[in-house]
Design a protein around this ligand. Sequence first.
Ligand code: G3P
Ligand code: CA
Length: 349
Amino acid sequence: MQVFPVLKRLTLGAIVMSLVAGILPASTALAQSGDKIVVAHRGASGYLPEHSLPAKAMAYAMGADYIEQDVVMTRDDQLIVIHDITLDRTTDVAERFPGRAREDGLHYAVDFTLDEILSLHVTEGFTVENGQKRQLYPERFPMETSIFRVHTLAQEIELVQGLNRSTGRDVGIYPEIKSPAFHLAEGKDLGRAVIKVLKEYGYTQKSDKVFVQTFEFDELKRLHDEILPEAGIDLNLVQLVDGGDENAWMQTEDGIAEIARYADGLGPEKSMIVDRRSPPGAPIISPLVGYAHANGLQVHPYTFRLDPGQLPGYADSFEQMLEIFYFQADVDGVFTDFPDRAVNFLRGR
Ligand code: G3P
Ligand code: CA
């Protein structure tokens, strides 16, 4: 689909290793059972540090249908793939750049150049307690490593498109515009910049394999009414929904109809679909998916994890949770840190 000049500058050893190590399926048919999809949440982030390129290559090799990118802007207006607008949870920025935090003690990506950010080491997420780093998911990839880096949105698209060419598959991308109001307040139009990059890489119509997601309804409307028409392209848009009181309207029948004026999909936190207090074996399913489907919206809830403590009490296994969501609640896809498990589940149906 495109040329790959940026990718040439990357160190690809670790990525290639993840593809050829022999622990991954050599043949990676798509996950779909019917039209249901698997979205690799921040890559195969249950196995490798989130949003590292190796985690994206691993997710691809595991057969994910879409690979997610959370996108943030740097001081010099470059687009990087990272979940937080701050660098503290997943990099060594605090050690590398003392004195560069804001008043809240955090280091914001918009205050750093791309070159500065590319010099950081990326690890699993952590907090600092009594001066010591505590890994948030202790069973995941070890913290003691310096092999992972931040990368740009363009680099990740080139990885996915390159793999699409070399495998013959058509895996999609699923970029999220992170905190667009924050970026606008910083003088940075993140939404417009993301759409520009997508267009440059050939994503121009709804049949292309991309969903553009955001939590902010104002940004969804801006994308639909201004940014996409001005770019002369038309892409699938997804409204994310969290549990905040200010967004309670998004879970109502009228709210869903309003969202459907602008969006093609809905990305709710999964407890909005199945009550997390449901008794074992008796999931209490909300009408949300029904409202969404009645308005032509696909539904892709987040986030499906199998780390200790992450499985809701109503399911006795990760696969039973998937069964409940995919086939009882009838969602169209899931965001998961463990794409291999969801791919294998759908293949078995
Ligand atoms: O974007 C959907 C999913 O990623 C959940 O949100 O907070 O992980 O970006 P978050
Ligand atoms: Ca996201």
